[in-house]
Design a protein around this ligand. Structure first.
Ligand SMILES: C[S@@+](CC[C@H](N)C(=O)[O-])C[C@H]1O[C@@H](n2cnc3c(N)ncnc32)[C@H](O)[C@@H]1O
Length: 271
């Protein structure tokens, strides 16, 4: 929905947040925004957007709490195992062969880093399984809007629950310590984190062989989703893959430009 069709008080609040913090709330789904802002309004004991704007005026830290609440950053290593199984069995070996061991990936909306690190682990496993594979290596650009999540990601230190879905053999190979747990340096080395707003900036260093953007576009309205999918496809090499979240749907003209690799796992290939 476009801003002019929205509640004027909500529009005024979003404009304020955009001016102060550069956050493009207008591209997010309205229902989603309202629910998230309501969480903070309840926490601060106010009932109208106008009152909440006054809370923001009096407490600059409240912007951080609000943005944290809007940009939900739940994630895990090997989140949706079946997607990673398909990547491991087919997509990554294909890229590794066709790109002769130099594969460039982008994890967009990476939150605290579990997704790009999972990808790095699977590339390390690929090289272990193919000892005569061409050397070179995969590299992963991992981006997010949220600086706090990125700082956590760059540390590579997690609570044990983050690894619940990760196969035990991989945990013992790539994770050190009990609580907190530290990622092995060879995993961390493959990933570069950057702060990046998908709604404001083009893809960081295209072209890529693999673009993963999972559980991010679901928060955006449809025109924004279409624009982002266009950018993702333009950022891909021919033969490269796009992976979305399991509950996300590819919309817009790019549907005609991609081959469906796995409908359930939302994996597409640019021919
Ligand atoms: C639910 S997490 C997804 C994490 C990971 N991709 C996964 O599926 O497990 C959504 C992430 O999108 C990020 N995000 C939201 N709006 C964004 C924007 N405009 N630009 C970049 N990242 C954004 C949030 O900060 C959050 O870390």
């Amino acid at each position: 929905m476009k801003p002019r069709e929205r509640d004027p008080d909500l529009v005024a609040l979003l404009e304020k947040i955009s001016e102060v913090r550069g956050f493009c709330g207008n591209s997010y789904k309205e229902g989603c925004l309202r629910r998230r802002i309501a969480v903070r309004m309840r926490a601060r004991g106010v009932h109208t957007y106008e009152q909440y704007a006054q809370v923001l005026d009096g407490d600059a830290d409240e912007y951080d709490r609000l943005l944290d609440t809007i940009t939900i950053n739940v994630t895990k290593f090997f989140r949706n195992r079946e997607t990673w199984q398909r990547l491991e069995a087919e997509v990554l070996p294909d890229l590794w062969t066709t790109r002769e061991g130099r594969v460039r990936c982008w994890s967009a909306g990476c939150a605290s880093g579990e997704e790009p690190y999972t990808l790095a682990i699977l590339f390390l496993e690929l090289v272990r399984a193919l000892p005569h594979a061409p050397r070179g290596g995969a590299s992963i650009d991992a981006t997010d809007l949220d600086r706090t999540s990125l700082a956590h990601a760059a540390e590579g230190v997690y609570r044990p629950a983050a690894f619940d879905e990760m196969p035990a053999a991989l945990v013992s190979r790539y994770v050190r310590g009990d609580d907190p747990r530290h990622l092995a340096p060879e995993v961390k080395e493959m990933v570069r984190f950057h702060q990046h707003d998908l709604l404001r900036s083009p893809p960081p260093h295209p072209p890529y062989d693999l673009v993963m953007c999972r559980n991010v576009v679901i928060y955006f309205d449809r025109p924004t989703q279409e624009q982002l999918f266009r950018r993702f496809v333009d950022a891909l090499h021919h033969g490269g893959y796009l992976v979305l979240g399991k509950v996300e749907t590819l919309v817009g003209e790019v549907r005609q430009e991609l081959e469906l690799v796995d409908a359930r796992e939302r994996i597409y290939r640019r021919p």
